[in-house]
Design a protein around this ligand. Structure first.
Ligand code: CO
Length: 159
């Protein structure tokens, strides 16, 4: 395994749509292992392939309840609304309130090409929506009214 360089804005790769995976090869497994190691090293709860320079529909989410690897993911259902503060490994020191669905149902493949359907809600659903947005070249900063820095957030907490 290896830690990969995490691309940050304004790297144009972050705003390009990803291609579906067609070969469930050892290379894909290697990419997933490297992405996970890079995510953990950066203290993230999710990572998407464009963030490490690959325009492939590959993302990982781990909010502390176990790792989920999403290959070629598609939303089947979205319900409800939640509004939470988000940040991104590719957008250092910028945070903002993002409106997301509270409940989601996603169809995806694993690294071997096997198809799964999963449901998620609350924070896990938020994290999955953030990562799947990356696969379409969408960054959370395009969905917020206001951007806060870490210092601004700390000041708001005090007040
Ligand atoms: Co992100």
């Amino acid at each position: 395994m290896a830690t990969l360089e995490i691309r940050t804005i304004p790297d144009p790769i972050l705003q390009q749509p990803c291609e579906p995976v067609t070969e469930f090869s050892n290379e894909l497994g290697q990419l997933l292992d490297d992405m996970y190691e890079s995510m953990v090293a950066a203290d993230g709860v999710g990572i998407a392939a464009p963030q490490v320079g690959h325009l492939k529909q590959v993302a990982i989410v781990d909010i502390g309840d176990g790792k989920i690897e999403f290959i070629n993911p598609v939303f089947m259902e979205k319900r409800g609304i939640q509004m939470n503060l988000e940040g991104c490994l590719s957008i250092p020191n910028q945070y903002g309130e993002v409106k997301r669905s509270y409940y989601i149902k996603v169809k995806y493949r694993d690294r071997n090409g096997k198809t799964y359907i999963m449901e998620a809600e609350d924070f896990l659903a938020q994290a999955i929506q953030h990562e799947l947005d990356h696969l379409q070249g969408i960054l959370f900063t395009t969905k917020v009214d206001k951007i806060y820095t870490e210092e601004e957030l700390e000041r708001l907490d005090v007040e």
